[in-house]
Ligand binder design. Sequence first.
Ligand SMILES: NC(=O)c1ccc[n+]([C@@H]2O[C@H](COP(=O)([O-])OP(=O)(O)OC[C@H]3O[C@@H](n4cnc5c(N)ncnc54)[C@H](O)[C@@H]3O)[C@@H](O)[C@H]2O)c1
Length: 259
Amino acid sequence: MRLMRIDLSGQRALVTGGARGIGAAAAAALRACGAEVAIADLKGDPPVDVADTVALERAFEQAGELDIVIANAGTAIFRRLEETSDAEWRRLVDINLTGAFHTVRLAALRMKPRRRGAIVLTASTNSFDGEADLTAYNATKAGLLGLMRTAANELGPFGIRVNAVCPGLIRTDLTAGHFAQPELLKEYFRHIPLGRGGTPEEVAAAIVFLASPLASYITGAALLVDGGQMAAKFGIWDERMGRFAGDHWESGGSPSTTA
Ligand SMILES: NC(=O)c1ccc[n+]([C@@H]2O[C@H](COP(=O)([O-])OP(=O)(O)OC[C@H]3O[C@@H](n4cnc5c(N)ncnc54)[C@H](O)[C@@H]3O)[C@@H](O)[C@H]2O)c1
């Protein structure tokens, strides 16, 4: 077998939410693999709101023919269920779910005639489980997997693969509040086999893999990028196994207690 490496030279990509965080890391990683990358972002130039169909369509037109589309733009509102207003619910659905729908629909319209393409959505571990105070966010992230799987069914016959990454807690602007609280992280990361949060680059690597020819037989898949969080039923880490070093657990003691 030849040395496997990801070569996306000659391919064009569009990343929504590509100005910051996971999207920016994905854009950089795609570029590092040789792709030409455009972004559509509220903080981009020009600003593009994925909830605005006209602005998003313009961004697609400017990007030209696309081989790879990453539907990543998203945000969160932390609110108790009964305190979530209609306006907050609608805004979250508009950005996280309808924005992704618009993105995937525009990608499909452009990729179908070319009979090729790869689409990756950024869902979440919260697509699968509940986390208090994130009703609207969790509902949109669960919805994304329905969108992804349906699109995989419809677009597979046209040579277009559709997959999702499901990150756990990743250090970005969105989660700056979490990462500013070591005590919270200590409890949170007890439940993560790898004992830490993730980096945008670690999610970007999974996005690039799914978008690349290395994933040529993968469609309709939701790839967890969570340090094992969703595989853990109970807390993994405690003081007998190691110590919490500010933002991660590190093992100490004998291998029998750390294995
Ligand atoms: N950080 C995490 O722990 C985590 C975990 C799971 C899933 N995610 C998902 O990853 C995606 C990226 O999040 P992040 O952590 O990188 O956040 P971030 O806030 O660092 O970056 C989000 C980017 O999306 C852009 N954006 C937000 N709303 C937009 C809109 N309406 N139109 C266009 N662009 C918009 C922002 O300007 C920003 O550049 C989101 O869908 C988020 O839900 C994040």
